[in-house]
Write a protein that binds this ligand. Structure first.
Ligand code: SF4
Length: 221
């Protein structure tokens, strides 16, 4: 078993969860969920997602929807005005260029307005069940600290490195495990190294400094 497989096994035991609503349905909904989720907590994304799809069930109805109505429904998410515009544009594009069906190729997905590499990979992975890894800020931070991806790597290199290090059987799980671990323990600005379950696998040079500071803070609250 590789080092990273051991890490994933530990994370699977601790951080496995039911997926939030906005990433577990059909590809179109996963795509819209990804637009909604940028810089927003899962609970607010899910609130907006559920309100939106209660009223507009598919790409066609969203393409024809009133922009102000979309804004009102998705108000729980940050940047709701910009996201409402993107959602309407993406739905219209899918109707016009892809006859209402979300494409299965990464290249075609990235032609849709508002869809970059991360959302394309989220749709492929969660919407179509392909063995693709999507990289968000948590995934990137954790992968670099664990030595899976080089420190200076950018999106595509981080994605490839994680995919190569992850057995096929865990590809569908790796994104969510690293996201939850990143949020709860290995946060970019405030990693909780003193309680990290994969401390021994971490190559981040600041980890001991964090542990000492955290122990000191516990002794002198
Ligand atoms: Fe992240 Fe700290 Fe754990 Fe390393 S030891 S993986 S930096 S929480």
């Amino acid at each position: 078993m590789t080092q990273f497989s051991k890490v994933l096994k530990i994370l699977e035991e601790r951080f496995s969860r039911d997926l939030p609503a906005h990433i577990k349905e059909d590809p179109f909904r996963v795509l819209i969920g990804c637009i909604l989720s940028a810089r927003t907590k899962d609970e607010n994304t899910d609130k907006a997602y559920e309100a939106l799809f209660r009223e507009f069930a598919d790409a066609r109805s969203l393409a024809q929807a009133d922009l102000l109505r979309i804004q009102a429904l998705i108000k729980p998410v940050n940047y709701y005005k910009t996201k409402a515009k993107r959602i309407k544009e993406a739905a219209s594009f899918i109707i016009e260029k892809f006859k209402g069906r979300v494409p299965k190729s990464r290249k075609a997905l990235m032609r849709i307005p508002g869809i970059g590499p991360k959302c394309a990979d989220i749709v492929l992975s969660y919407g179509f069940g392909k063995p693709t890894v999507a990289v968000d800020t948590h995934v990137e931070t954790v992968a670099k600290r664990l030595g899976v991806a080089p420190e200076r790597a950018r999106y595509e290199e981080v994605k490839r490195a994680i995919e190569q290090a992850t057995p096929l059987s865990l590809r569908a799980r790796v994104n969510d495990l690293l996201v939850v671990f990143g949020r709860e323990i290995c946060h970019k600005n405030n990693p909780k190294c003193s309680v990290c379950p994969v401390f021994e696998f971490c190559i981040w040079e600041g980890k001991w400094k964090r542990v000492n500071a955290q122990r000191k803070a516990m002794k002198n609250p």
